[in-house]
Design a protein around this ligand. Structure first.
Ligand code: ZN
Ligand code: ZN
Ligand code: FE
Length: 743
């Protein structure tokens, strides 16, 4: 009998064809395997029993990087006979729905070769194989062949070429293959661009880090700024130069043993840290950890990740101390990926460990945490990107969705899936907007994609909205769809969990443009794939100073004080009023009363700010999400009480809760009761509806809140293995577009 076996998923560039080849050869089966437009196509000459055994083996033990979506078997007519089993070369046609593999951490086999003095790749900083190394960051085009990657300029030496051509070799068709002789090379520069000569460049770079210098290191999808994480002066210097006073830094360690000396790590967290995706994992700090206090000041968590490139291993092995490894960029600007980019930051670093393998697609480090055995992402990037997500139905339309404005991501649809770009960052500067556009171009180029529909947020001033309108203006054939922000949030969680029925969505975040033009962010939405109805919200409050209030929790709190005490605030003497001058308070009161630059908001994120200010935890934030993180550190799980609240006309008036917080003497008690109150509010509202409860929005990045909700409402539906912040919006927008009437 003849069978065709079509396998879809992440099956190209992951050693799938040689795996099939070896499997067939060892079973004595004849036929062939090739990449096609959808994945991998196998023709097999076998009887039913042999076929079953063959497919079972594919499922049981596939190559580590492959992800099988589907296996379709069809019996076909015997048209020719096969002498043996062979691998056919890639078809030139584009693999339109084939998945691009992510950048993957060095595998154990490569690590042992890296450390083996007798191996010809001993200490080769770019060692890779079929099972590991860069992928997405070096791909220019599909199909994934060396000529379509940034490795095309390196000519393989004879030895590497022989390995590359040999189906029995573990580097068979490993596109980034190379060695000391023919691969990429390191160089070390000072911040004037002068090359530092040294017998061993890595030794020299390590010496500089150990001396307390800040060294910029080119990695997989961008550059890191690196310094000794145990050296106060070095970490402080990095903070000063990067103008980043307190936002926690990620810390890279050599292996899990070192990680365990710094943080308390459970089995699930260990699995995530050691996975070949190697995200930064947020962990509880150990009291006796060796890190400088300046790494993650005033919070009880630390973000750790394990070395993932051979170069990181070579550095950490020599240095023997954890390092701060933070993305090399200026705040709000995109990650540096080129020499020119990094030279613009020369005021920040002292030396740069550079290499000549080009980064074609930038990709930041991913960030995740584990709560209740479940993985939640804060940033989907290296190791995960591009992310393939399911659509509730197949579509023939080509949808391009442009996401929100913060934590930007973009997405395209291909048949029944959405391909989501890695985290791009905030669209707050010209260069980040260009960067956003280049991510769109990358997806268009690789997938030969021209949109029929462009989807964006309703916010008229989002850069993504403006760009969507530009695209549509350029081409009258293209349809435009604007989707409400919080509805898109809920659709995204529904999408990852495959939910298509009616739900109660709770969308709590910092801000999003509401249908009435106000700043929403504390919303209860009854929704399905067709639309939504807003059934509850926090009662609108005034954000004094608009945008300014986002960075200054004291302005949000002051608004509540005005609401509670009116001009009685002039006589108050508390940390909030004391942080302003008397004149300022008078001016702000006038603005508040007259609604001048004081937009209405229902944002739950801002309520966290208000609480942080009322309790004098923070009055002016130096980074986004700071108030939530600081409040988490104060939560006491032994306190189970909550504040009184009421819901009238579907509105919860937070000033009632604010009053009780003002009367509280102990801030731990107040913080704990506040968290418990938010959970009670969600609980109360969901009891009114006999619908699945779905959560999304940046507020649900708060671990304490998540933990409490999972405990109180065990069947709550969360964006597991995905993000709840605005990086999820592009996905939700694509789902919303499926129901455009004209589609
Ligand atoms: Zn490897
Ligand atoms: Zn070579
Ligand atoms: Fe949002």
């Amino acid at each position: 009998m003849f069978y065709s076996i079509e396998i879809r998923g992440v099956v190209q560039g992951v050693g799938f064809r040689p795996f099939i080849y070896n499997l067939a050869a060892s079973s004595g089966l004849k036929g062939q395997v090739s990449n096609n437009g959808y994945g991998v196509l196998i023709l097999l000459d076998a009887c039913q029993e042999e076929l079953d055994a063959f497919v079972q083996k594919i499922r049981a033990n596939p190559p580590p990087l492959c992800e099988i979506d589907s296996i379709k078997i069809t019996q076909i007519k015997k048209t020719k006979s096969f002498e043996c089993f062979s691998i056919q070369m890639s078809e030139s046609a584009k693999s339109l729905s084939s998945h691009i593999p992510s950048d993957i951490a060095m595998c154990a086999e490569c690590e042992s070769e890296l450390k083996d003095k007798t191996n010809r790749r001993f200490e080769h900083p770019f060692i890779t194989c079929t099972n590991c190394g860069p992928r997405y960051s070096i791909i220019r085009n599909l199909p994934y062949d060396r000529k379509n990657t940034s490795m095309d300029e390196f000519v393989m030496c004879k030895k590497c070429a022989a390995e590359y051509e040999n189906p029995h070799d573990r580097r068979y068709h490993a596109q980034p293959i190379g060695c000391h002789e023919c691969g990429a090379r390191l160089s070390l520069l000072d911040n004037k661009g002068k090359i530092i000569e040294s017998v061993n460049i890595i030794d020299k770079a390590v010496e500089l880090i150990a001396e307390g210098k800040i060294v910029c290191v080119k990695g997989i999808g961008g550059y890191h700024l690196i310094c000794d994480a145990t050296n106060d002066d070095a970490v402080k210097l990095l903070r000063e130069r990067k103008k980043r006073p307190s936002k926690p830094f990620g810390v890279m360690v050599e292996d899990i043993d070192v990680a365990k000396k710094i943080a308390i790590i459970n089995a699930k967290e260990e699995e995530l840290l050691c996975s070949n995706r190697r995200p930064i994992v947020l962990l509880k700090k150990r009291d006796d950890n060796s890190l400088s206090d300046f790494v993650a000041p005033n919070i009880n968590q630390v973000g750790l990740f394990l070395a993932y490139t051979p170069l990181h291993h070579l550095i950490l092995q020599r240095l023997n101390t954890p390092i701060v490894a933070t993305s090399a960029n200026i705040s709000d600007e995109p990650l540096c990926t080129t020499y020119d980019d990094i030279m613009k930051l020369r005021g920040i670093w002292d030396y740069c460990l550079e290499h000549n393998r080009e980064i074609l697609n930038s990709c930041d480090d991913s960030v995740a945490f584990v709560e209740n055995e479940k993985v939640f992402m804060l940033r989907n990037a290296r190791g995960y990107a591009p992310l393939y997500l399911r659509l509730p139905q197949t579509t023939s339309k080509k949808i391009l969705s442009l996401g929100a404005n913060q934590k930007s991501t973009v997405a395209i649809t291909v048949e029944d899936s959405v391909i989501l770009s890695p985290y791009i960052g905030d669209l707050g500067s010209l260069s980040s907007i260009n960067h956003f556009k280049s991510h769109i171009e990358t997806l268009k180029r690789i997938y030969d994609f021209t949109p029929d529909v462009v989807v964006c947020d309703k916010h008229p001033n989002y850069e993504s909205t403006k760009y969507a309108k530009e695209l549509v203006a350029q081409n009258q054939e293209v349809e435009l769809l604007q989707v409400q922000h919080h509805y898109a949030h809920i659709l995204a969680t529904m999408g990852v969990k495959g939910i298509t029925t009616k739900v109660l969505g709770v969308s709590f975040d910092g801000t999003g443009y509401g249908d009435d033009g106000n700043l929403w962010g504390g919303e209860f939405l009854v929704c399905d794939l067709e639309g939504y109805e807003r059934v509850g919200q926090f009662k609108y409050f005034k954000l004094i100073g608009g945008e300014k209030a986002i960075k200054e929790p004291r302005r949000v709190a002051l608004g509540f004080l005005f609401e509670i005490y009116g001009d009685g605030v002039f006589n108050l003497n508390n940390p909030i009023t004391n942080s302003f001058s008397a004149a300022e308070i008078k001016t702000l009161y006038t603005a508040y009363k007259n609604g001048l630059n004081s937009p209405l908001s229902s944002s739950c994120g801002r309520l966290f700010d208000a609480v942080a200010s009322l309790l004098d935890v923070v009055q002016v934030c130096s980074y986004e999400g700071e108030s939530g993180l600081l409040l988490e550190s104060l939560y006491d799980e032994n306190i189970t009480e909550y504040y009184k609240f009421s819901m009238q006309d579907n509105e919860i008036d937070f000033s009632q809760i604010a009053k009780q917080i003002l009367d509280e003497e102990n801030s731990r008690i107040a913080v704990s009761k506040f968290f418990n109150t938010i959970v009670e509010i969600i609980y109360l509202v969901q009891k009114k509806y006999d619908l699945p409860l779905v959560l999304s929005g940046g507020v649900f990045q708060n671990r304490v809140l998540l933990r409490l909700i999972m405990k109180k409402i065990p069947d709550v539906i969360l964006p597991e293995s995905f993000v709840s912040n605005d990086a999820s919006i592009a996905y939700g927008q694509a789902i919303a577009a499926l129901n455009l009437k004209t589609l």
